[in-house]
Design a protein around this ligand. Sequence first.
Ligand code: PGA
Length: 268
Amino acid sequence: MRRKMIAGNWKMNKTLPEATALLTAIAEGLPADAAPGVAVVVCPPALYLVPALPLLRPGSAVLLGAQNCAQQAAGAYTGEISAAMLHSVGVTYVVLGHSERRHYFGETNALVAEKVRLALTNKLLPIFCCGESAAVRAHGDYLGFVKTQLSESLFHLSAEAFGNVVVAYEPLWAIGSGKPATAAQAQQVHAALRQHIAQRYGAAVAAATLILYGGSITPSDVDPFLCEPDIDGALVGGASLHAREFIALVRAAQRAVAGPAVVAAPVA
Ligand code: PGA
């Protein structure tokens, strides 16, 4: 069985004291053995990655992710942060192709493909985001749209390299809206993405790929998503800014991994 993952994307939120308090609460709430079978990732703003490390170590189950990396390896690119730099400070994951980067910073599938390549070359694990707008969904071929995002951004990878990628399906109409997709809507897209991966890389790679759902997920609505066969966890924005909610999401994933509790038979 695939493990689950809960990843928090803080976006451009929190001052340093606020970030420190949030990370401390998350680390305290999730010691190393807190959630077996669940990978927990926190993606604070880049500025807080270095101070985050000592807060999460030792004995924490939480790994660090960046929200972006530069599209170049190194050099005269003022203001940018490279994949190699992120890896060198102890970052494990990097979110790439988020819809806000595509929308506000003009990132295309081709550019995301290059960032994915740079991330993997520098031993960062990409959390690759895809997802359709409301207009694309209304038009009908949203499955084709997300499959194209996947092929154009990831299918240059070898099967071995692809095995290091986490996919996140994040419909734009659900992100930050307070209204998640239904679990059935997400499952339909996740199944299509997994099948698309199987066609390119084979059934074993597809079966091993983590596909997260993202878009207004909170602890009160996550359970049905975690029960779906092709939904392996969540990429969480708003709810990841509150320790209690984020920890509750991790606990929900842990319950889903553990399966239904065995009720002990009464002793005769
Ligand atoms: P949200 O953001 O949970 O606030 O909708 C999700 C995301 O953008 O990754």
